[in-house]
Design a protein around this ligand. Structure first.
Ligand code: MRU
Length: 366
């Protein structure tokens, strides 16, 4: 996507041909900073510290982390050690395991002398595949937005389609386009009037910091809201549909996504608002039969007790928002049961949130 007219992906190979560059998402929206990764440890730290985040981008970064490791030392021992180092970075997004397994399968059968080159090619292919998948999700997801727009117009409304989203499932969370936001970008670019309600997404504020920034850069109308606002908006008829991303979807259509997604799905169900989840196929965990088996990441208490933002003088400051020493829990994801989901928007089309629905689109997984 474009930033001030210049096209970017969220991860790319540097001009030196071997180091890897990322947009440091911990600095957004106040500073646009590019960071260079030169070792497998750099890649692991970027994922753990959430300089890169979002399920597909975590997978892409891990793939390049394996390439960096192979450049340093392409032995079997280092292949295993890089796999272990990267797979321990974040537990919930299954794209991480998917990318790492893919890299290890491809590299394991090769002689060490050819591993580094192949690893770079495979990592680049994983990135390109992600871009193609997300563009397809955008096309399929936009169909729902267009349909709701026609329904509104027939009722002679001149209002835009109001879409609520949670966290950041935009191009910053993927290599390009995004998942939930890809549908919105495609609809917007086709001339459909859209307006996005952006959940701030405490505690790390991916909505306020990243989704709002992305939408603003692309010129999509949006309004930032506190996380607790969605239910009220739905009761007032101000949300036409919700679209979120997911970090792992199980065989039965249960969906793990950023903490708070479940509450939005409950409110949507109570108010008859369609609730869609956009997902690339690597986010489906065919090995798990239901969402209760998904590992839920717990992060540091500081993310809950402290907030960082820009002060009036432009400086970045961190402040405490509770009493000193207050205990805090930080569950990073929750599971939305399939029964609350109107449809799963995939790169192969939209299906019901069920094993039958998913298998109809991915029969090779039967
Ligand atoms: O903790 P994060 O910021 O990595 O969580 C990201 C999300 O929950 C996204 O909604 C999800 O990864 C889908 S991104 C296309």
């Amino acid at each position: 996507m474009n930033i001030d007219g210049k096209p970017y992906r969220s991860i790319w190979l540097a001009d030196d041909g071997w180091s890897v560059e990322i947009i440091d998402q911990t600095q957004l929206p106040h500073t646009f900073a590019v960071r260079t990764l030169q070792t497998v440890q750099d890649a692991a730290t970027a994922i753990t510290d959430m300089q890169v985040r979002g399920a597909p981008l975590i997978g892409a970064t891990a793939a390049y982390g394996m390439a960096l490791a192979m450049r340093e030392d392409a032995t079997d021992a280092n292949l295993d050690s890089a796999y272990d180092r990267l797979s321990g970075t974040r537990p919930t997004a299954v794209n991480l395991r998917c990318a790492l397994d893919n890299m290890r399968d491809v590299l394991g059968g090769l002689s060490p002398a050819t591993r580094a080159d192949t690893a770079y090619h495979r990592a680049a292919a994983i990135c390109d595949e992600d871009v193609g998948i997300n563009r397809a999700i955008g096309e399929h997801g936009a169909e729902h937005i267009v349909r709701l727009w026609h329904e509104k117009k027939n009722g002679s409304s001149t209002q835009p389609v109001n879409i609520l989203t949670h966290c950041n499932a935009g191009w910053l969370a993927t290599v390009d386009w995004g998942t939930a936001l890809s549908a919105i970008y495609v609809a917007h670019d086709e001339g459909v009037p859209v307006h996005v309600w952006v959940d701030e997404t405490r505690p790390r504020n991916q909505g306020a910091a990243l989704t709002a920034w992305e939408l603003q850069k692309h010129g999509v109308p949006f309004t930032l809201i506190a996380d607790n606002t969605g239910g009220h908006l739905m009761q007032a008829g101000l949300v036409d549909l919700c679209i979120t991303g997911t970090d792992r979807t199980t065989r039965n259509g249960d969906v793990a996504n950023k903490i708070g997604t479940y509450l939005k799905a409950l409110a949507a169900s109570d108010n008859g608002v369609p609730f869609y989840v956009a997902l690339p196929s690597p986010t489906i965990d065919w090995e798990l039969s239901a969402g209760g088996d998904i590992p839920i990441e717990q992060r540091g208490a500081d993310e809950v007790t402290l907030m960082t933002g820009q002060a009036a003088d432009g400086s970045i400051q961190t402040v405490r928002i509770g009493p000193e020493g207050a205990p805090a829990a930080n569950y990073a994801f929750d599971v939305t049961p399939a029964r609350l989901i109107t449809g799963l928007i995939t790169d192969r089309g939209t299906c019901g949130a069920s094993e039958a629905g998913l298998l109809a689109l991915y029969p090779e997984r039967a």
